[in-house]
Design a protein around this ligand. Structure first.
Ligand SMILES: Cc1ncc(COP(=O)(O)O)c(C=O)c1O
Ligand SMILES: [Zn+2]
Length: 366
């Protein structure tokens, strides 16, 4: 295993551990010796968690796992599916990334973790740190609903509130950060993406080792989109799945849509979205560090970025939940609205296979 910078392309063979950002300040990506070989993938079918794909993940001696991943792919029709991530241990898909990131941090003798969060990532990180016997310093915006705060405090003694968005909470964290705290913010270490990439492996396996035509994903910091794209590329490079890679769609709310804005301007980086406000808390990421990476994937996959009116989120989420008999948060309303819009303009036609996501559970009515 080695690391490659996603921006300046530097290759890092023997990194200083724990592994953080490239010296150029941009995210690193994990690369494996088995890529482009036909050794295949050994799925551990006895393992009903994301660890069934351990053969394509970093080797870890002591897994920190709460049983994350291997979630249902619910069919709405023979072409349309929803990956139900609400059933993860702490109620969101963040558990995938945290299981990998905390396992690796533990392996690297880290004792203190820190991160800012819009809500779900903080809860998840705190739960995995508790399981691992590590301290988790969580920084949340002051506007966070009390349900998120109490859930974070259930797992961690070190929870603080600051500002209006995750960007403000992040600034506070940087001010307080001590030498021995390891920052696992979105994309600031490379292993959360490795956990998230198992979403892509699962979807391919659940579709009979085939790619769907289109992925529509509610995008905040972008780890899920980035992770899935990595999985699809790996599956293709090892020869496990053939055919075209899926077209990737980033869905955002009109209340915070830096990726959509950049995509519409054909830009290759996002601009900070001032005064962001959305009920879809996980999508309130005004300045994603991996904005250029998300955009690169959208262009490379012949995908699109699309926004959904903030005013319609409540109705869309209710419609989606009633249809599926699940209890997803408003981020799923964004993905459902984006799908409907793309169907309306025939960007998606009825013959294409599409996967949508219920990324997190509804913890409170907003
Ligand atoms: C429920 C939910 N959906 C989607 C996202 C966006 O995730 P990503 O960083 O993969 O774009 C988040 C992130 O906080 C979230 O909590
Ligand atoms: Zn670099």
């Amino acid at each position: 295993m080695h690391f490659e910078c996603t921006y300046c392309k530097a290759v890092i063979k023997n990194p200083i551990t724990p592994v953080g950002l490239c010296s150029c300040g941009k995210p690193l990506s994990v690369r494996y010796e088995w890529e482009n070989s036909n050794i295949g993938l050994k799925v551990d079918t006895n393992e009903e968690s994301l660890w069934r794909y351990a053969s394509v993940l970093p080797s870890v001696e002591n897994r920190v796992s709460l049983g994350e991943g291997f979630t249902p792919l619910i069919p709405i029709s023979d072409k349309l599916f929803v990956k139900n991530e609400t059933v993860n241990p702490t109620g969101s898909f963040k558990d995938r990334g945290m299981s990998l990131a905390i396992s690796m941090a533990k392996e690297q003798q880290v004792e203190n973790i820190c991160l800012p969060s819009a809500g779900n990532a903080g809860i998840s990180a705190a739960a995995y740190c508790k399981e691992a016997g590590m301290n988790c310093h969580v920084f949340l915006p002051e506007s966070i609903p009390k349900e998120y705060l109490s859930e974070s405090k259930r797992y961690s003694k070190h929870v603080q509130l600051k500002g209006n968005t995750i960007a403000d909470a992040a600034k506070e964290m940087i001010q307080q950060k001590q030498e021995n705290w390891f920052d696992i913010s979105t994309l600031k270490e490379p292993f959360r993406v490795e956990g998230k990439k198992t979403l892509g492996y699962e979807i391919a396996e659940q579709l009979g080792w085939k790619f769907p035509d289109i992925i529509v994903y509610e995008t905040g910091g972008g780890t899920g989109l980035i992770g899935m794209w990595k999985a699809f590329q790996e599956l293709k490079s090892i020869g496990k799945v053939s055919g075209s890679l899926p077209r990737m769609v980033a869905a955002q709310s009109t209340g915070c849509a830096p990726v959509v804005d950049a995509f519409q301007k054909l830009d290759n980086k996002t601009e900070f979205w001032e005064n962001s406000q959305t009920k879809a808390l996980g999508l309130n990421v005004p300045g994603p560090i991996g904005g250029y990476w998300i955009l690169r994937i959208l262009y490379e996959s012949n995908g699109i970025a699309i926004d959904v009116s903030e005013n319609e989120l409540t109705i869309l989420t209710e419609e989606f939940n009633t249809m599926l008999k699940i209890n997803a948060g408003p981020e799923a309303g964004v993905v459902w609205g984006a799908y409907k819009k793309l169907r309306n303009i025939d960007w998606i036609d009825g013959n294409q296979s599409v996967v949508l996501f219920a990324t997190g559970t509804e913890r409170c009515k907003l």
